[in-house]
Design a binder for this molecule. Sequence first.
Ligand SMILES: C[S@@+](CC[C@H](N)C(=O)[O-])C[C@H]1O[C@@H](n2cnc3c(N)ncnc32)[C@H](O)[C@@H]1O
Length: 445
Amino acid sequence: MTMLPKLTWTPWPAGLTHDRWASAAKSLRRRGRVVLLHGADMPRDQCAAWCQSVREAGLIAGISVDIHDVATFLPEVAAWGPLLLVLQLGRGDRPQLTEALASLARDRCPTLRWTTLGVPRCWLGGATADLELQDHAWPDDLRCTSCAERGQCPGPVGEPPVLPRPVAVSNQFDVVLGEHGELALEIAGERCRGAILGATDSAVMAQALDRGQLYLDRSDVARIDDFSEQIQLLLPDGAGVWRPAAGQPFDREEAALRQVIAGLRGLVVDVGAGPVRYLGQLRSALQSGQLRYLAVEPDPQHLARSQTALPEGQFVRGVGEFLPLPDACADAVLWLRSWNHLGDPHRAVAEALRVARPGATLLIVDNVAFGLARRPEQLQRAHAIAVAETPFEHFRNDCATEALQVVRQVAGNGVEVVQIQDVELGTSNQWLLQLRVTPPGRILE
Ligand SMILES: C[S@@+](CC[C@H](N)C(=O)[O-])C[C@H]1O[C@@H](n2cnc3c(N)ncnc32)[C@H](O)[C@@H]1O
C-alpha cells in the first residue's frame, strides 16, 4: 500500500528556540521521514543552530524563503514518504499557500494530502508547549477530534522534559510519645512527653511547631495520607502543653478550597493533578459545558486512574514548567498541593502567565512541614514502610507568603491577590493563595 504523504503546517511560534526544537525533532523522527522547512523570518542567529539540531535528529531540513519555493520543492520530497512541513507564515500567506498546495495536488502531485491543523500534539510530546495553535478552535483542537492523525495517532508518545531537580526535603517529622522528651502533651486526659525525632532540618521543625503544626496520629495503619481523618491537630495552651483540638483539622481549609474550585469556569488547567480530588466540585460545571478541565501531570499512573474517574476531563502527561498549551487560553491554573513539588516554580509561574488569559485565576494550595506524634509502635510500623518506599517528593516547604514572593518575582504587579490564607496557630498546615492575572495578562520572561 502506498503511504500518502501527509502535510501539516502550523504558524511558526514566536520565541521558539532551537533547543526546544531539538527535542521536538527527536519525537518527530519516530514517525518516519520528516522534512522541516522554515521561513525567512526566523532570526538569523537561530537559523544555523536550528539546522544543526534538525540534522542531529536525522531529519532532512530545507529552508524556504518564499512560499513559492515550497511549491517547487514539494513534488519531489512528497514522493519520499510521510512528510511533515512546518512553516513560518504570515497570516496573509495562508490562503496563498493553500492555493499553491491545491494546485500542486491537482496538477503535479496527486498523492499530496494536507491539513491546515497544527502539528498533532502527540507527535511532539513535551515540546508542544511551544506550538501556538491559536488558529484552531477550542475545544476540537485540544481534543484532537479534527486532527489529521485521528484514528492513526499512537497517543501521547512524548516524555515530559527532564528538569534539573533541586535537593528534595522532607515535610514531616516525628514526635514519639513516651515519658521523656522536649514537648509536654496531654492526650485523653493523660500527661506524657514527646521527643522530636527525624532527620529534617531543626529550623524547619521549630517553624512547624511555632505555627502549631503538630498532629496526633490516631490511626492503626502504617501509612496515613495527607488528609487522613485519623490525625488530630494538637495545640499548645498558654502554658505550653499540647492538647488535641476539636474537629477535623483540614475542614476549614478544604471548605475554602472547594468553594473556589466550585466557582471556576472556562478552561481550568490543573497542574500536578495527581488523583483529582475535587470531582464533586468540577462535575456539574463540566457536564453543563461551562467548564473544561485539563490535567497536566507527570505520573502516568495518576493520569490513567484520573481519566477513568473523570472521563469528561482531559489528561496530558507533562510538567508545570512546560505547559502543553498555547498562549492565553486558560481561565484558571491550579497547583493543588503540587507547588512544593515543582523543580522550578519560577518557570512554572512564567508558564502559567503565558497560558493564562487576562483575568484568569491562579490558585496555589500546599502544605508546610508538620510533626506527627505517634506511639513507639505506630512509629516503628510506619517507618518500616515509609523509609523504604517513599522518597522525599518535596523540593520546598513554602508557605503562602513565600509562594507569593515567587509569583511576584516573575509577575511583578501582573497579578493581584484575591485571597491569601497562610498557616498559623489554629489552622491546619494547608495554605491557599488565590490570584487574578491582571491585564495585559502576559508577563514575558
Ligand atoms: C501531593 S500530589 C497532589 C495531587 C493533587 N493535586 C492533590 O491535590 O491531591 C503532587 C503531584 O504533583 C505532581 N508533580 C510533581 N512534579 C511536578 C511538576 N514538575 N509539574 C507538575 N506536577 C508535578 C506529582 O506527580 C503529584 O501527582
